[in-house]
Design a protein around this ligand. Structure first.
Ligand code: HEM
Length: 493
């Protein structure tokens, strides 16, 4: 899904470059505390300058070194950060070789940074993108068409033990592919399989960390990860380019079929108006906008749906309650529509609970400070990376009481009506860089999950024991997704 920008450990160095490069890196690593891990963990006291290395409280605890090597570098850093926060407070700073990183582990810290001081904390290495690719009726009809295909396919597999991952990929990709290019794929379609492979490869790469993010000077070296990343990107952009060319050949300004047509129209309009400045829309821009839509909108939705089906299979009583609500509000003769959302508060509450428990983007996307600034008494220099630990907010016992229990009722009052959304629930982050796809994502997930729950019962296969509801360690610290799992489906007659 998202690039992950957090620490690298000994293993990463060895994997990437071998011991020779480790020596080179050690030269840059002027203030690393650990002999084999290019990072210093430091804890800042209020009013302490980030720059004043001399007065940092150094962190040398042997147990934590093990946690750091095993979890931060090996994987789920959002959990490690909670351990650090218990010991050192909710704002913890790390040093990634020469880059300062500040992790925010509480609602107050996240709100101060992302909402109250949103200008100071709004920077990113990446550019701004508007992801308003589909809305209202358009989205609904695209979802319905994709759902109908999948419902037919899944019905054929009734009673079998299946891993639904590829079907969920297809379901979500087809919504986006039809919005973007006006096409839907079948399971054996070559382009769909290439897209799915490219995406899975990219996720695997991000989970392994991209060393160049932390050591920019390494971009001049022929690293394996960097080359693979180029290859993946090329494949993906190649598909975008092909669609763009095909659309140009059949373009009709009086019949705009999809997002690609709309973008070509915008490009032509700009040309006609003689705009040749920074606002020009080049083909590179168009391809890039498409990749942002795919990057932002596919994995996030896929991971949320995978968590949703797992939580529901593990909690049949919750699933039945949601299905009964849909039966009452929608019936069985049509698929759920966006206008049904108000009449289905339990389904909405279930989606909130899936997003809280699953926290698919546990460290949000890293921000960077745009200027020297302060946060809760700490001085933070311009260019520091900021990591809001959304996982910590979503699993804080002080906020939720029983954070590890899947309980949609926490978002409803005693009459089953929605309570105001708790401030600590922010799967889309907050402030001026919050996810621009939030409204589309919520609508999409309601339609997709609603359609699946209306039509199927998902159960954990008999004899499998309790399912693992903790995030897959292989996904690393940048994403939280379930480990591969299987379910048995029955059709709701
Ligand atoms: C369950 C679904 C989703 C979740 C949980 C999610 C979460 C997030 C989060 C946490 C961020 C980082 C915000 C920040 O830095 O403060 C983000 C950024 C972004 N999201 Fe989403 N997202 C979802 C779906 C989508 C969809 C459907 C789209 C597009 C169609 C999208 C497009 C983007 C883009 C383009 C950014 C980068 C914005 C920027 O750099 O300013 N997301 N998302």
């Amino acid at each position: 899904m998202f690039g992950t920008y957090i620490g690298f450990g000994f293993r990463a160095f060895r994997m990437e470059l071998g011991s020779v490069i480790r020596v080179v890196i050690a030269i840059f690593r002027t203030d690393a505390l650990f002999s084999d891990a290019g990072i210093a963990i430091t804890v800042h006291l209020p009013n302490e300058s980030f720059h004043s290395l001399g007065i940092r409280t150094c962190f040398r605890d042997t147990n934590f070194q093990m946690i750091i090597h095993g979890k931060l570098f090996g994987g789920q850093s959002f959990l490690t950060f909670i351990e650090l926060a218990k010991r050192y407070g909710d704002v913890v700073s790390l040093k990634l070789v020469m880059t300062g990183v500040v992790v925010l582990n509480s609602l107050d810290a996240v709100r101060e940074a992302l909402v109250k001081k949103s200008v100071d904390f709004a920077c990113r290495q990446a550019k701004d993108v508007v992801a308003d690719y589909a809305s209202g009726k358009n989205l609904q009809s695209q979802v319905h068409e994709s759902l109908k295909d999948i419902i037919a396919e899944l019905s054929e597999m009734e009673g079998r033990v299946v891993n639904l991952e590829d079907y969920i990929y297809k379901l979500v990709y087809n919504v986006i592919c039809s919005a973007a290019f006006g096409v839907r794929h079948s399971m054996d379609d070559e382009e769909f399989n290439t897209l799915m492979k490219v995406k899975k490869d990219a996720n695997e790469m991000f989970a392994q960390r991209v060393l160049v993010d932390v050591y920019p000077s390494l971009r001049f070296l022929p690293l394996r990860t960097k080359n693979t990343m180029y290859k993946i990107t090329e494949q993906f952009l190649g598909i975008m380019q092909r669609h763009l060319e095909q659309h140009r050949e059949t373009f009709d300004p009086s019949n705009l079929r999809d997002i690609t047509d709309h973008m070509i129209k915008a490009q032509k309009d700009a040309e006609e108006e003689g705009i040749h400045d920074v606002t020009s829309l080049t083909d590179t821009h168009l391809r890039q906008i498409m990749s942002d839509i795919f990057a932002g909108g596919t994995d996030t939705t896929i991971m949320t749906l995978r968590w949703a089906i797992l939580f529901l299979a593990a909690h049949p009583e919750i699933q039945e309650k949601g299905a009964a609500e849909l039966d009452g509000a929608v019936g069985r003769d049509r698929l759920p529509e966006l206008s049904d959302r108000e009449a289905t508060p339990y389904t909405e509450a279930t989606i909130h609970e899936v997003m809280r428990m699953g926290s698919i983007s546990p460290l949000s996307l890293p921000h960077a400070t745009t200027a020297d600034t302060t946060l809760r008494g700490y001085q933070i220099p311009k260019g520091t990376w900021i990591m809001p630990n959304l996982w910590a907010l979503h699993h804080d016992p002080a906020t939720w009481g029983d954070p590890d229990v899947f309980r949609p009722e926490r978002f409803l009052d005693e009459n089953g009506k929605p309570v105001p959304k708790p401030a600590a629930l922010m799967p889309f982050s907050a402030g001026r860089r919050a996810c621009p796809g939030e409204a589309v994502a919520k609508a999409n997930i309601f339609l997709l999950l609603g359609g699946l729950v209306q039509n199927f019962r998902f159960r954990i296969p008999e004899g499998e024991g309790a399912p693992d509801l903790t995030p897959d360690e292989k996904a690393g610290g940048g994403a939280s997704q379930p480990s591969p799992y299987k379910v048995v489906m029955t059709c709701r007659k």
